[in-house]
Design a protein around this ligand. Sequence first.
Ligand code: MLT
Ligand code: MN
Ligand code: ZN
Length: 321
Amino acid sequence: MPEGTSRLRLKVLGSAAGGGFPQWNCRCPVCALAWEGDPRVRRRTQASIAVSADGEQWALINCAPEILSQIQSLPALQPQHGRRHTPVASVLLTNADIDHVAGLLSLREGQAFTLNATAAIHDVLRANPVFDVLAAGLVERRHIGLDAPFELVAGVTASLFPVPGKIALYLEAGEIAAHGEVATALEGEQTVGVELSDGISRLLFIPGCARMTEALAARIAGADAVLFDGTVWQDDEMIRAGVGSKTGARMGHMAMSGAAGSIAAFADLDVGRKIYVHINNTNPVLIEGSAERRAAEAAGWEIAEDGMDVVPAGATMETAS
Ligand code: MLT
Ligand code: MN
Ligand code: ZN
């Protein structure tokens, strides 16, 4: 890490994958524990983080359906003065999945902010007129190129990089009609990771990743913290749990365990903090003390919870939230 004190701070607003935890219609073994109030599991909203360098202006990275309750539980994101105000200066999207974009519909009350995404992700929003509730004169839709650093929010530089993934679930029918199948590990503008820096520390946010590549491993090495795709423990976990027919790979998510899993992929990468986010409700790492949770922790991983602070080593955290 370069000299100086990093002011970069990151808050996990939501740590669950699509559906949240527990999911409204699910009684898989892990959701059942949550519905029964078992103290080994905690409820989680869908995946989103907030980032700031000054504690006053914040960027949201992804905007979950629960954005309102996430703001209600974090004072730093609440209106601070006047009749209308928000500390949320910008939003950045890493793909067009429902769990990452649906919250935009709750940010519609005539408030100015900048909406950052790749052209491919903006195209998906443009094709859905419901997002036109974001007033054109107030919400600037900024197109961000890959590997083109930009100021995400005061004092924070972000850079987008391609991550193997697929198009959003609700676009799959059109893709199958056009091409007969869905590519699950595309590298381009539809799924990206975010590198965040204040010039001193470097944090990576990669909530969806279909597989590790050499380029990705090289980027991850040496980061102060990486928040990474923790959707499933085992590739066929949803099938085993009796709640679906899809593997993690089919959904564009690499598993944590196994030879091709993220625990193995990160084993030789030097990373300050390794944190799983976007955790599916079937994933047994959600259960404190489970064998899977202990295995992930023994490999140096933290399991994100809603409200978790990620502050680089030596950084200041003087905001009151
Ligand atoms: C995913 O991460 O695979 C998606 O969020 C699935 C979904 O849209 O529910
Ligand atoms: Mn998702
Ligand atoms: Zn479940």
